[in-house]
Structures are given as C-alpha cells and as structure tokens.
Design a protein around this ligand. Structure first.
Ligand code: SAH
Length: 258
C-alpha cells in the first residue's frame, strides 16, 4: 500500500516546552515541513522554528477533524502535526494512526518521540520514578470516570509511584480529589508527592506535599501540572524545612552494601 505521492505526515512530540528539550529529529522535521498544524499554545513554544511557513491553528476538542485534515494534506505536502510531550502518550499519534488504519490510507507517516511530562517532571524532582511506575490520566473526556476509578484502584495497589496526567481542569475540578481519596486507601498518608507545574517552560513551579496534605488542599494543581505520587519506598530528599526532591530506591540496597 505504498503511496506514489511525495507528501509525508510527521507526528511530532516537541517535549515539555523549552526547545532545548526537543530532539533534533523533531526540529529537522519541522524545518522540512511545508505546513504546520497544532494548537496555539504548542505552536507558540516553537515559533522561531516555524518562520513564515503555512500554519493551521486547531483548537482543543477537535482532534478527529484535525487528524483527518492532516492526513488529506499529507497526501501531497509535507505536514508537521505538533503534540506536546510525546505524541504517543495522551497525544495525537493514536487518533491519526487509527484514522489511517480505518480509512486504509497509504499516506507516509513518521512518529517522532518527545520527552513526556512524567519524565520531564521527574527530572526536576530528583529520581522519583527510578523503577516501575504507572501513569493515569484523570481526563474523563474520552474515558468514562468509572474506568478511570478502576484503574486508579489497581495502580495504587501496585505500590509503585503513580503519575497523574490531566489532574484538573475547570470542567472536572473534582477528579483529583477522587484520585487522592483512593490513594489514601492504599498508601501511607505521609507518602511523598510532587506537583510540577509547567515543567521546562515559563511558569515552572514545583511544590512538595505529603499525600494527606495534598488531599486537604489541592488548590495549587491545575491542567498544566502533573502530580507524582510516590510508591512504597519513595522518600523525600532533604528535611521538612527544605525538601529538595524525591528518590525511589531501585533496590541496589537489597543487593549491595553502600
Ligand atoms: N503528550 C503529552 C501529554 C498530553 S496530556 C506528554 O507526553 O507530556 C496533557 C497533560 O500533560 C497536562 O494536563 C499535564 O498534566 C501534562 N503536561 C504536559 N506538559 C506538561 C509540562 N510541561 N509540565 C507539567 N505537566 C505537563
């Protein structure tokens, strides 16, 4: 099903924000493209790379429309579809490839990975995710809340760190409280938690909490934040007056003396 035209669709992850944290293949593909599609928040972050190329701004919530449009344009043109973080993690790659499959399109495409919010935020807070960890998105736009709650129940029982994406928005301010209440069922109330807002971009802010403290007051958390909830072995670095981060030992202490 190789197509005969010269178009190509790049599905690009630009990482968490600052272009220093974008991979080279991503910036090369943006330069190579004739048309750039994405929402204004992400396009603003890469403005210097776009120059005077044709830009199509798309709004949140119209992902299916945007995906079809990109696929059509990419039959004859080089098109860059821009996602924040990694495009395969709660990003646009899934819906685009679903439509390519469903429509039996022969369009050429390449998915270019990016640093996802979980690992970007982890790097700012020490090494909270050193081994196994789970991520759960609290957005109930595409996943019914009952399924999210079931996944949270299972994830918190694993005892590993859990990263919450889409923790809060105006439309669903209560999902975080639901998640934290569940976390408290399975985890110690003093479990270390980090909230990282706008990791690696302007407005970056990091705050540390014990699990029960964040449950008491989650005002600081918004939709530009991820919440890292420690696992059974996670510990704060520093003391109560000056928390410097979180570390989750990987188990070297079970094997070596150091
Ligand atoms: N594809 C993206 C995730 C998109 S879902 C990725 O791989 O990172 C959107 C959610 O990701 C936001 O609600 C927030 O929870 C998280 N997020 C994305 N970028 C972030 C950043 N720079 N800092 C903190 N959280 C971020």
């Amino acid at each position: 099903m190789q197509s005969l035209n010269k178009g190509k669709l790049f599905i690009i992850g630009i990482g968490p924000g600052d272009t220093d944290f974008m991979i080279k293949r991503a910036s090369d593909a943006i330069m190579e493209s004739e048309i750039i599609i994405g929402n204004d928040f992400y396009l603003d972050l890469i403005k210097p790379l776009i120059g005077d190329k044709e830009v199509i701004y798309s709004s949140m919530g119209k992902e299916v429309e945007r995906a079809r449009r990109c696929i059509e344009l990419a039959e004859t043109k080089k098109v860059a579809m821009i996602s924040g973080g990694d495009p395969g993690i709660y990003g646009m790659a899934g819906i685009v490839i679903e439509i390519i499959k469903r429509d039996n399109s022969g369009v050429e495409y390449e998915v270019i990975p990016g640093v996802t919010a979980a690992t970007a935020a982890a790097s700012k807070t020490g090494s909270p995710l050193s081994g196994d960890y789970a991520t759960v998105s609290l957005s109930d736009l595409l996943t019914p809340i009952e399924i999210i709650e079931k996944r949270l129940d299972l994830a918190f029982q694993m005892g590993v760190p859990v990263v919450l994406y889409n923790p809060k928005s105006n439309g669903r301010p209560h999902n975080l409280a639901i998640a934290l209440e569940k976390a408290l069922k399975y985890k110690n109330k003093d479990t270390p938690v980090a909230v990282v807002k706008n990791s690696h971009r302007s407005g970056e802010e990091i705050r540390y909490y014990k699990l029960s403290e964040l449950f008491e007051d989650d005002e600081f958390v918004d939709m530009r934040s991820v919440v890292i909830i420690g696992g059974e072995e996670s510990e704060f670095i520093g003391d109560d007056e000056n928390i410097r981060g979180i570390v989750t030992p990987r188990g070297y202490d079970r094997k070596y003396v150091y």
